[in-house]
Design a protein around this ligand. Structure first.
Ligand SMILES: [Zn+2]
Length: 141
């Protein structure tokens, strides 16, 4: 049985703070444009559809489907070496945006495009306000 990927705290800046703080609460936070209604991820200062800066953050459902994926069988980096094989995937969230993530909680050979998945959070070392304290990943729903 492979070990888990050793996630590390991710640096926050003013654009990503609400997202990473949401992860710390185990909420997947997305942005919605209050002018055109577009939902986006990754977090940005402006709407990528209409360039409005009138944006709100909200907690997403955490549900989606595997859009595409790859199974990594070799990675020499220490945080990943013992976790092989692991699944790197783009998940299409119910709200529209796609998120690059890992699929966990099942045999990598069982992952397939269109598979329903739901978010879970892996807590990482880090102080509140200094960096992400949890990283989102997905498991079969
Ligand atoms: Zn917009």
């Amino acid at each position: 049985m492979p070990k888990e990927i050793e996630y590390s705290a991710q640096p926050m800046d003013w654009e990503t703070r609400a997202y990473w703080e949401g992860c710390g609460r185990h909420e997947l936070v997305l942005q919605r444009c209050l002018d055109c209604g577009s939902v986006q991820h990754r977090p940005r200062a402006v709407c990528v559809s209409c360039l409005s800066d009138d944006i709100e953050h909200f907690a997403a459902s955490g549900r989606g489907k595997v859009h595409t994926f790859t199974v990594t069988n070799q990675n020499g980096l220490p945080a990943f070496r013992e976790a092989c094989p692991y699944v790197l995937a783009y998940v299409a969230l119910e709200e529209g945006p796609q998120l690059m993530t890992n699929i966990v909680g099942c045999d990598p050979e069982a992952v397939h495009i269109g598979m329903p998945v739901e978010v879970e959070f892996c807590d990482v070392e880090g102080e509140a306000g200094e960096g992400a304290t949890a990283v989102p990943r997905f498991r079969p729903a």
